[in-house]
Design a binder for this molecule. Structure first.
Ligand SMILES: [Ca+2]
Ligand SMILES: [Ca+2]
Ligand SMILES: [Ca+2]
Ligand SMILES: [Ca+2]
Ligand SMILES: [Zn+2]
Length: 578
């Protein structure tokens, strides 16, 4: 009886504790917090329930460990079928540790839905486009990032076991959360012959000793023990199969591209996402959110590939604005960082004809504790990450102490290690370094979702009109038709056209006998590139902020209809009476 009461008491305490900590998930969603894998799904269900007429929630497939991958579609059926509108695709968290990418996706959905009917621009984007939102691509990764001990940079892989050290065992020796606090921090040991000593101002920081100087400490790497007794520590963690190197375009085997997997789309969740995208040929722009460093990356991911100037210009329409919406972020081609093979964004562009961006969220340089207006440049941070930039380390720790209330860093504490004896464990915790503190999250999700939003407004808006009808012979009319794009994204990428990725847009004439038809190259000089066969069907694309004009010579009288059909832009038509 007594036992039962204690159990009940503990149980209700646990429930109260949970609800106080996390809060109920309801619309509008909160963004001063991070959502676990289960909570992301719950948030999607809550949005779907609150906006049943505008949303569709589906499980598009399962991961290696059998977790559901959810996709939320936002589409207003009153303005047309989902496949009839330019599609905007956004996903996040393909790398398991890059969790705020999921919050950006959730925020985008939350913004569109909660502001629909209230904000004019949002209403327009919901009515004009179909929005496809997959907050968590690497569902196993997000689950384990929250559930297990991790560093800010561990647990990126999808769950395909690999023998990293070639000992015949798979994933047998990952780092271990020795002190059980949920983070994998650093181990250090007192050592008079060590290469480090305590910093004069902040005793948490180790600084390298100068030649001839006496050392105090040695670093021992991430928290861990030798799980398989092979004389090495932490040598074979989960994976590594990099979900962003396993796609079809320009895939290279692991001896060229680390983490590529044995063949393209061997990741079962990735394959399911590729099928999902293939089923939605209306998608014209796609975003994949990652962390970290503050970048907007476009294709190509490998320099020798090259893309057309008009495609770069289309990217620029968004990329140059994106830099201003997210101050400090840099827009550039992905190869500028380092060459990659088999990445998702190249797959979108070169296989599916989708303009694609990587959004590298968060700049740690925004963690400032200084009277100066400008923080350090992002490229100064790498050396800081290795702990050698003492001044920056001190500032970062002050930021932790006084702005983040000590939540980003674990103070060094003694620990009895089974191999090393007395050591200390401490350092930056899991939810630091690559993730903004939750107080900075609302700004990050809003600005980055605003870039996706801007590109929805830039998807093609094509109008069609007959601008000239002239009788040029007995029973023969010369009719000129203009297609005009009011927006910055063309109806097809130049690459899609030149590589014949899918059928080109068509302008077809019905209702009369078309004797000749073709694209006008100079309307004043009456120069027309007449198409030799089937002049009533013209293949085309409508450029960024551009115009294309066609001339048809039509026999007979009556109503003539001009039909524009496009996979990615909206179909339209116009008629004229001859
Ligand atoms: Ca192994
Ligand atoms: Ca730990
Ligand atoms: Ca080992
Ligand atoms: Ca081993
Ligand atoms: Zn990433």
């Amino acid at each position: 009886m007594k036992k039962f009461i204690i159990f009940t008491l503990l149980f209700s305490l646990a429930i109260v504790g949970f609800s106080v900590e996390k809060g109920k998930i309801e619309v509008p969603l909160r963004f001063d917090r991070y959502y676990s894998y289960d909570e992301v799904n719950e948030a999607l269900k809550v949005l779907n329930k609150a906006f049943p007429e505008l949303t569709k929630l589906e499980v598009l497939g399962q991961s290696e460990e059998g977790r559901d991958i959810y996709a939320l579609t936002i589409n207003n059926p009153k303005t047309g079928d989902e496949l009839s509108k330019p599609g905007v695709y956004v996903d996040g968290n393909i790398h398991g540790n890059e969790i705020q990418a999921g919050e950006v996706c959730l925020y985008y959905a939350n913004m569109l839905l909660t502001k629909y009917g209230e904000n004019e621009k949002v209403t327009k984007a919901v009515d004009k486009n179909s929005h496809y939102i997959i907050p968590v691509v690497n569902v196993d990764g997000r689950f384990h990032f929250f559930e297990d001990g991790n560093t800010p940079s561990s647990n990126r892989s999808i769950r395909v076991a690999k023998d990293d050290d070639g000992d015949g065992l798979f994933d047998e020796d990952a780092p271990d959360d020795l002190d059980g606090d949920g983070s994998i921090c650093q181990m250090r040991i007192k050592d008079p012959f060590g290469r480090y000593k305590i910093d004069s101002e902040d005793k948490r920081i180790l600084v390298p000793v100068k030649p001839g100087e006496k050392g105090e400490y040695s670093m021992l790497g991430y928290e861990g023990i030798d799980n398989d007794n092979d004389g090495r520590i932490n040598e074979d963690a989960e994976g590594y199969l990099d979900p962003n190197r396993n796609w079809g375009f320009n895939w290279m085997p692991p001896y060229v591209q680390r983490g590529a997997g044995n063949f393209p789309l061997s990741g079962v969740g990735l394959k399911a996402i590729d099928d999902y995208i293939s089923d939605r040929p209306n998608i014209i722009i796609g975003y994949a959110f990652h962390n970290t460093g503050g970048m907007w990356l476009r294709v190509p991911a490998e320099k020798s590939t090259g893309i057309a100037a008009s495609d770069i210009a289309a990217y620029d329409v968004i990329g140059k604005e994106a830099e201003k919406i997210t101050p400090g972020y840099v827009y550039k081609p992905a190869y500028d960082l380092y060459p990659t093979y088999g990445d998702f964004d190249s797959h979108l562009f070169f296989i599916h004809g989708i303009y694609s961006f990587v959004g590298e969220l968060f700049m740690r340089s925004q963690e400032t504790y200084t009277v100066k207006k400008e923080g350090p440049k992002e490229d100064e941070l790498e050396s800081f990450m290795r702990g050698t930039r003492t001044e920056r380390s001190r500032e970062q720790l002050k930021f932790n102490d006084n702005v983040a209330q000590g939540e980003l860093y674990k103070d060094w504490k003694k620990f009895e290690h089974p191999v090393y004896g007395e050591i200390e464990i401490g350092g930056w915790v899991k939810m630091s370094s690559r993730l903004p503190h939750p107080f900075m999250l609302p700004d990050l999700v809003h600005r980055n979702a605003s870039v996706v939003f801007l590109s929805a407004l830039q998807t093609p808006e094509i109008s069609i009109d007959v601008f000239e009808v002239k009788e040029i012979g007995k029973n023969l009319q010369q009719v000129r038709v203009r297609l005009q794009n009011a927006k910055g994204l063309p109806s097809m990428s130049a690459y899609s056209v030149s590589s014949k990725l899918y059928p080109q847009d068509m302008l077809t004439v019905s209702g009369g006998k078309v004797v000749a038809g073709g694209k006008i190259s100079d309307k004043r000089l009456n120069k027309v590139n007449y198409k030799e066969k089937k002049p009533e069907i013209q293949f085309l694309s409508v450029p960024s902020y551009g115009v294309v004009e066609y001339q048809f010579l039509i026999e007979g009288k009556g109503e003539i209809t001009f039909n524009y059909e496009s996979q990615k832009a909206k179909n339209i038509n116009t008629s004229v009476k001859l």
